[in-house]
Design a protein around this ligand. Structure first.
Ligand code: MG
Length: 380
């Protein structure tokens, strides 16, 4: 059964240490409040169904400004301590009956889908999970001089969001054994194990003035590109067509120098387009006899190799095949799987769809097949 995941952002702190005259969660980076970035990061994950924010009563105007374009649960006010604020948020979420909750700091604006994925994976088998980074620097204890060196083995830097089974964390807050301003500590007092999952250096907490500069840089440096590709092949002699690597029996084949996989060519060109690295024809000249009848997977693999070499990540493919026949629908799933295999991209990030051209034009007259595609790349 699909599990309902809610998120809770604790934004009630005064956070004046970082300067700027207003609580740091409302200061702007890259044009939006820190809180807005943190909220959008949670809303962007397909599994997160609602976000509850807890604020300080003095910040209502700042909150309204920061969230005016977002769809959120009605805001609630926090208490004097972080624990009181978390409890206020959990109580507000109770009505929506979540199975899991991710409790996040407003001051971590660069949360990634990957970190949320890591948490949700762990929460399949654990009642608590926390994103962490291993301590890699040497650790020393002392005041003015070094007095001792500490063993850093098995030491972790904890991040948020911290994920919990909803009932478990609510009970931990309702029946506190030993007061602690830390959700993991409260849950562990109940004898519940909390899993460590991979966090991310990018998911840092804004604390100092320098952190604002760093976050601004990271957010404005984000390089996201969309490329498009278009291709046409004419029908000719043959008993099948190859589309996105899948052979479909047909009354004719497709003419072309390679296997004439018009759809995979459009996808490959979309990727080359996003990289601004020309097109298939430039990488694999038709004048070169070695590409005669070639499996077009070779072309797509080359594009993927370039994606890696340029430090990009392919995050989405959308391909539309335009023809009257053959019928694409029954094969679309196999095509998605085939391209997932070649690119290493998750199948739920690959779309293959089809349309006719209502009997108009060359595709309408059944003279050939056209395909267009978009590919999205994100700089690592
Ligand atoms: Mg072609």
């Amino acid at each position: 059964m699909e599990q309902k995941v809610s998120a809770l952002i604790v934004a009630a702190g005064r956070g004046l240490r970082a300067g700027g005259g207003i609580p740091k969660q409302y200061r702007k980076i890259a044009g939006e409040a820190v809180l807005t970035h943190a909220t959008k990061a949670l809303l962007a994950h397909p599994a997160v169904s609602n976000v509850q924010i807890v604020i300080h009563p003095d910040d209502v105007a700042l909150y309204r400004q920061a969230t005016k374009y977002l769809t959120l649960a009605p805001v609630v006010f926090g208490g004097n301590t972080r624990s009181e604020s978390v409890l206020a948020g959990l109580k507000a979420l109770e009505n929506s009956k979540p199975d899991k909750v991710l409790i996040h700091d407003a001051a971590r604006p660069l949360l990634s889908i990957q970190v949320i994925d890591n948490l949700l994976d762990a929460l399949q088998t654990s009642k608590g999970a926390v994103p962490c980074l291993a301590v890699v620097d040497a650790l020393w204890r002392g005041t003015e001089q070094v007095e001792a060196s500490e063993n850093r083995n098995n030491l972790w830097r904890a991040q948020t969001p911290q994920g919990f089974d909803f009932t478990t964390i609510l009970n931990a807050h309702l029946s506190v054994i030993q007061p602690a301003d830390d959700d993991v500590a409260l849950v562990r007092q109940m004898g519940i194990k909390v899993a460590i999952v991979a966090g991310s250096e990018q998911n840092f907490k804004i604390t100092t003035a320098e952190d604002f500069t760093r976050a601004e840089k990271e957010l404005t440096n984000m390089d996201i590109r969309t490329g498009n590709g278009f291709d046409v092949h004419a029908f000719g002699e043959g008993e099948f067509v190859t589309l996105c690597g899948v052979q479909i029996p047909h009354t004719s084949g497709l003419n072309g120098h390679s296997d004439a996989d018009v759809a995979m060519h459009a996808v490959t060109d979309a990727i080359f387009g996003a990289l601004c690295e020309g097109d298939i024809g430039q990488w694999f000249p038709p004048s070169d006899a070695q590409w005669q009848g070639a499996d077009s997977a070779i072309f797509l693999k080359k594009a993927m190799q370039r994606v890696q070499e340029r430090d990009f990540n392919l995050t989405h493919i959308d391909c539309t095949i335009i023809c009257e026949t053959p019928k694409i629908g029954p094969h679309a799933e196999a095509m998605r799987l085939k391209m997932a295999n070649i690119t290493g991209l998750a199948v739920d990030r690959i779309s293959v769809k089809a349309t006719t051209s209502e009997k108009l034009g060359f595709t309408g007259r059944g003279e050939g097949i056209a395909a267009m595609a978009n590919a999205t790349l994100v700089k690592l």
